[in-house]
Design a protein around this ligand. Sequence first.
Ligand code: SAH
Length: 501
Amino acid sequence: MKMGKVVLVGAGPGDPGLLTIKGRQAIEQAEVVVYDRLVSQAILNLIPEDAERINVGKESANHLVPQEGINRILLEQALEGKRVVRLKGGDPFLFGRGGEELELLAEHGVPFEEVPGITSAIAAAAYAGIPVTHRDYCSSLHIVTGHQRAGKPLDIPFDALVNTKGTLVFLMGVSALENICEGLLKAGMEPDMPAAVVEKGTTPAQRPILATLATLPREARARQVKSPAIIVVGRVCALSPQFDWFDRLALKGRSVIVTRPKERAGTLADRLRALGADVTEFPCIRTVPMEPCTQMEQAVEKIDEYQWLVFTSPAGVSTLMAYLDRIHRDVRALGRIRLAAIGPGTDRELRKHGLRADLIPQVYDGAHLGQALCDAAPEGRVLILRAQWGSPALTDALERCKISYDDIRCYETEYTCPETEQVRTLLEQEPAPVVTFTSASTVTGFVSALKGADLSGITAACIGEQTRAEAQKHGLHTITAEKATMDALIQRIVEGGSQWN
Ligand code: SAH
């Protein structure tokens, strides 16, 4: 039987954007993923749907798999011939026991690779505005484990560390914080040496606490710091108030639920995360091409009879392109037809196929698209390829100006019902989350997936009027983008944010 392979991947400290490109490729190709507690949901979402997921870090249910157990799982899966990814927080070889996990594999001749990750020791400090080295302050960095075995004294060479005059970062040190600070003081470090704790670094829940070596334990206790957190000791900590960029982001700490279909959620979610938002992806609709779609097939055969081809969403474009591909044809099958797109997102989808919209209305909705077509005064017939439940606003406008058209339904919107547990918990938190809606169908999908939940606290951030109308029908509190684009929607959420904070 063919031998599998194990790739040890560092998932980074929490912010999913800090996963490496190589790490992401390994995850996307995995057949089995063995992961830890500290790996973020957004990274777990990259695991292919048909891959097996093995959680070896379920501490809450007392399911924590002992190290030997993990080693054995990796070996067994690889011997079954599978591509195994072992996902670990931060960097696998920095206090991650990555070395131990490779030993058994090496003994059995199982091939493996290691993809380094960004360590919390550097990244959590960086996100709190602390550069771990700075020419004016220090010339070395020391990363130390603060893990203390029960009943044993800390085994840390405090004198040597203090003598280096370098920056000190302690991992796994929350419970030993007092002993660590005391050890450094006893070894002669000044009590007013700047020091910090960064809890849940690089995540939306990041909490930095700045103090001095003498006051840090008290401050941390008063604010009930919990693991995971790093402890940083050194003069570089004094730079934090000046460089603390992450906690100043416009949506820092704000919880946002993104309801787009899975394949389109990525960019909106990433952009909100880049603004510091705590994003949960909750795809409650998906578009499914209608197959076969005889009407569309016939329209393609007589495409010369049409002057305009109209798309009201990216899904219309991809449905048509997928069909052309299936019959071994390409965009040339569309001849010289003119193209209309409801907005820039649909135009972007056209551009992926080397096409460009000739017409995009000023306001991105059906009524304005219809009016823009009227203004273009077509001489020939108009072909519309859109969703089964498309709004009548577009065709009403065409009828008013007596344009002849074929309105062909080529894909359906399906409501999917993902796991709702995580979202239900978010709904109970204060302040309640913002939920983004990029079409009326995402509203319907969201509301029906969450039957029985109290939605009165949430803010529904809607892309346009139709979406807003649907949200109001369900009694949701709404804010609406000034223009139906992702930019405007994000802008609106940020503006709303200044009132919330
Ligand atoms: N391999 C990991 C470290 C594993 S040891 C890495 O390179 O980051 C676990 C310790 O890492 C925790 O006790 C904590 O000190 C630190 N840690 C991990 N993630 C963290 C985060 N998001 N913020 C602060 N500290 C973190």
